[in-house]
Design a binder for this molecule. Structure first.
Ligand code: PHE
Length: 440
């Protein structure tokens, strides 16, 4: 393929797009509830630690591989490391597909909550009322499936707009809006009586609560939240021009994502404690608790609607990177046409996503390996497949294709290069492998 590959419009455009892939439901929907399930502060510290060490290493490896190959994961591994390694590219494509099946369900909840906020259905409810609204929404056999389909339709609209005009444009304008709104909500949340208990729970680590499963969850969440281990950053790196500096770009993406998770925790957990919700309520935590804070704001109904609209945008900029990995595989490797393959991929994702959606209602008792279908998909992808992908890419670049990584980082100091090399060769594979084995 010699036709010029599409590129980001500017380095800022790339950072925003990569941060857009990272920042999404992970930080705002997933982080508060897994932090809540895993004792708060200690989980936060572990997450930050993994993001800055393993996360940075794997992100640099992925970006370098993608930019050097100008291909998605399958092609990049095959071209630059060896055809056997393409297996990990295929695993990435499969992981992206599996994540999308449940991610899109939660994207659908966001759409559903946007509609509820606009229609005033979320205002003036008690704690029980909010629990009940969420419970009956996600257990309905039709509504969440329908919204999941709608969410995929929105994705298709963006993806078909192409790399630059689609992804970059919405990241540039709407993501900062989400940050500003979150800060506003935090300020109000912190003024509620009892809110400080939530802040203490979130920021003061209690290491007696740390078990191996906390560590596995924190590592898995670092991968999930930074969109690592399945080739999203390989694909995005492939659209990156050769002048952009990878280290500062990666640090920006990680910094923005960690900041977003911190803000989300500070926004949700104080509300949880102030109103007496259960921090271990599970996947509904953000959806159940946030409307309580909107009720305490002037024009809360509209601020709530704005919040869910911006969350929807954040979810979209992440999900399009998942779809992009799957679609660009068929485009690059099988010469398929973007429009057709995007339609086909979204259709299959829609059908496959029906199962995790129903696992909150009709199929809540279907529990392969002791987990609901939704939980199983989430656990398997975040805590097993993404970390395995991370091991693969760091071993490839640390041991087999080191010159490629080195060539992509021409301006870094010798000590940094040594650190990254040791990180790729030893630290990342051993630390990830150790946590995974211990977890099993
Ligand atoms: N990082 C995204 C989020 O936190 C999810 C995601 C995972 C996107 C893996 C792409 C790849 O919402």
């Amino acid at each position: 393929m010699t036709a010029a590959r599409a590129q980001w419009g500017s380095r800022l455009g790339f950072i925003l797009a990569a941060a857009g892939s990272a920042i999404g439901l992970g930080a705002i929907w997933k982080f508060p509830y897994i932090a809540g399930n895993n004792g708060g502060g200690a989980f936060l510290l572990l997450y930050i630690f993994f993001s800055l060490t393993i996360g940075l290493t794997v992100m640099l490896a992925e970006l370098a591989l993608g930019r050097a190959a100008k291909l998605g994961p399958v092609g990049a591994f095959r071209k630059l490391v060896g055809s056997k390694w393409a297996l990990f590219g295929y695993m990435g494509v499969l992981t992206g597909f599996l994540i999308m099946t449940f991610y899109s369900v939660v994207g659908g909840w966001t759409l559903g909550y946007l509609v509820k906020a606009v229609s005033g259905e979320l205002t003036g409810l008690s704690r029980e009322g909010l629990n009940q609204v969420f419970g009956s929404f996600i257990s309905d056999p039709w509504k969440p499936v329908w919204y999941h389909g709608l969410f995929l339709l929105l994705n298709m609209a963006v993806v078909l707009g192409g790399v630059k005009s689609g992804i970059e444009a919405i990241c540039k304008y709407l993501m900062p809006g989400l940050f500003i709104l979150m800060i506003g909500l935090i300020i109000r949340a912190l003024m509620l009586p009892g809110a400080m208990d939530g802040v203490a729970f979130f920021l003061l680590p209690d290491f007696s609560k740390v078990t191996i499963s906390t560590v596995v969850e924190a590592l898995g969440f670092a991968f999930f939240s930074l969109s690592l281990g399945m080739g999203a950053m390989i694909t995005y790196g492939s659209y990156l021009d050769d002048q952009a500096k990878l280290v500062s770009s990666a640090l920006w993406v990680i910094g923005l994502q960690v900041a977003c998770a911190l803000l989300a925790g500070l926004m949700v957990l104080p509300v949880v404690f102030a109103f007496g919700f259960d921090p271990a309520a599970g996947p509904g935590l953000s959806f159940i608790t946030l409307p309580a804070i909107f009720d305490h704001l002037p024009a809360g109904q509209w601020l709530g609607a704005l919040f869910f609209a911006l969350l929807l945008v954040a979810a979209l900029t992440s999900s399009i990177s998942l779809i992009e990995v799957v679609a660009s595989y068929f485009i690059d490797e099988h010469g398929m046409e973007r429009r057709k393959i995007t339609l086909a991929v979204c259709l299959v994702m829609f059908v496959a996503g029906i199962a995790p959606s129903l696992s909150f209602g009709l199929w809540q008792d279907v529990k392969p390996f002791g987990r609901t279908i939704f939980d199983l998909l989430d656990y398997l992808t975040s805590n097993v497949m993404l970390p395995l992908g991370g091991i693969a890419v760091s071993i490839c670049l640390g041991w087999i294709a080191w010159p490629i990584l080195a060539r992509q980082l021409p301006h870094e100091s010798p000590w940094f290069m040594t650190a990254i090399r040791l990180g790729c060769r030893w630290f990342a594979p051993l630390a990830i492998g150790g946590v995974l084995l211990k977890g099993i």
